[in-house]
Write a protein that binds this ligand. Structure first.
Ligand code: SF4
Ligand code: SF4
Length: 337
């Protein structure tokens, strides 16, 4: 265990964790809602520092990030636990269970990423921000070795902890699970408003940001929700922010049917009226191709068929090879340019 950050004593050996908006009051010997921050003798500790359930070299598109270093691989690290209880969790075996872990200290994680010739490290699979101490220590070493840092998060974290991590993070994907509070309350055990605020915070800090929305039939698949989310993204994050609409498959406790390609296409059309880049994911067949065109001449910059990615239209500076227009793809972290 490692002593945690962002907590304070609350009297009688209790502690108040300030890492996420749950702000758990934790009795001695107990853990917070995430199950991984423990009050030991009136001090708060992280139980998951350097405790890893998965370390895999994934295409960066799998995070998903489509506009950041396309075609590269990132060493993806997962631990255990989550501060949400999503009844549709696709990773419930590690987010809601005490899965077995192995130690991977920050130095070893960076060494592994370099040996695997990864372009960066992604903190992902379970909710990484409940293990903020490990994210910060590992990301700092990774940056020093020339690696990019990617955060895949539910965004349910307080402002101050995120502010500490952001200078080390190059790109983020935030899961926005619905565009109504009721869904967060009933299906996730969380709240939407702090998630939206953290997205704005990341954008203001200049971190590359993409949003994912898992479309669950009968629960968050109304066009008013897609439109509300797309309008909010356009106004607060910018219409160039990529939105990934992802297909749901029945997992864990929620037995909603799988999302059909036609439902995803309708969502893509609704959101695409307000946003420039709306992709569909977790689906094959028509609508499963997600190319990125040049805003200047329309040439294909990045061709994607599933995880087969060809950034053949992009120059080394990220400009269109055909017309020379800049954007919207970032080919390397800002600190490398
Ligand atoms: S990080 Fe965990 S312990 Fe801390 S407030 Fe959030 S759920 Fe509670
Ligand atoms: S936030 Fe993600 S990892 Fe956590 S319970 Fe929900 S879907 Fe699972």
């Amino acid at each position: 265990m490692k002593e945690a950050r962002f907590w304070e004593s609350a009297g009688e050996a209790k502690v108040r964790c300030r890492l996420c908006p749950h702000e758990c009051l934790i009795n001695p010997g107990k853990v917070g809602i995430c199950g991984q921050r423990e009050n030991d003798g009136g001090h708060l500790f992280s139980r998951i520092y350097a405790r890893i359930t998965a370390a895999a070299l994934d295409p960066i598109e799998k995070k998903p990030l489509y506009h950041f270093m396309p075609g590269t691989g990132v060493l993806s690290l997962g631990s255990v636990g989550c501060n949400f209880r999503c009844s549709f969790c696709q990773n419930w075996s590690i987010s809601q269970n005490e899965a077995p872990t192995e130690e991977l200290l920050p130095e070893a994680a960076v060494g592994l990423a370099l040996r695997k010739r990864a372009a960066g490290i992604a903190f992902t699979y379970n909710e990484p921000m409940i293990g903020l101490e490990y994210v910060i220590d590992t990301a700092r070493l990774a940056r020093a070795k020339g690696l990019a840092n990617v955060l895949v998060t539910n965004g349910f974290v307080n402002e101050a902890p995120l502010a500490e991590a952001l200078p080390l993070i190059d790109a983020m994907n935030v899961d926005v699970k619905s565009f109504e509070e009721d869904f967060y309350k009933k299906l996730c055990g969380g709240r939407l408003a702090p998630v939206l605020a953290r997205c704005e915070q990341a954008r203001a800090a200049g971190v590359h940001l993409e949003i994912t929305y898992l479309v669950i039939p009968g629960h968050n698949d109304r066009s008013a929700l897609y439109e509300g989310l797309a309008r909010w993204i356009a106004e607060k994050l910018g219409p160039e922010t990529p939105l990934h609409l992802s297909a749901h498959f029945p997992r864990y406790r929620l037995q909603a049917p799988a999302t059909t390609p036609s439902t995803l296409m309708s969502a893509q059309m609704a959101a695409g009226r307000l946003l420039k880049h709306v992709y569909v994911g977790n689906v094959s067949g028509p609508g499963g191709d997600n190319h990125t065109p040049c805003a200047g001449c329309g040439a294909v910059l990045v061709e994607r068929r599933g995880y087969d990615v060809k950034p053949a239209g992009l120059g080394p500076d990220g400009r269109c090879l055909k017309c020379g227009a800049a954007g919207p793809i970032i080919v390397k972290p800002k600190w490398k340019t």
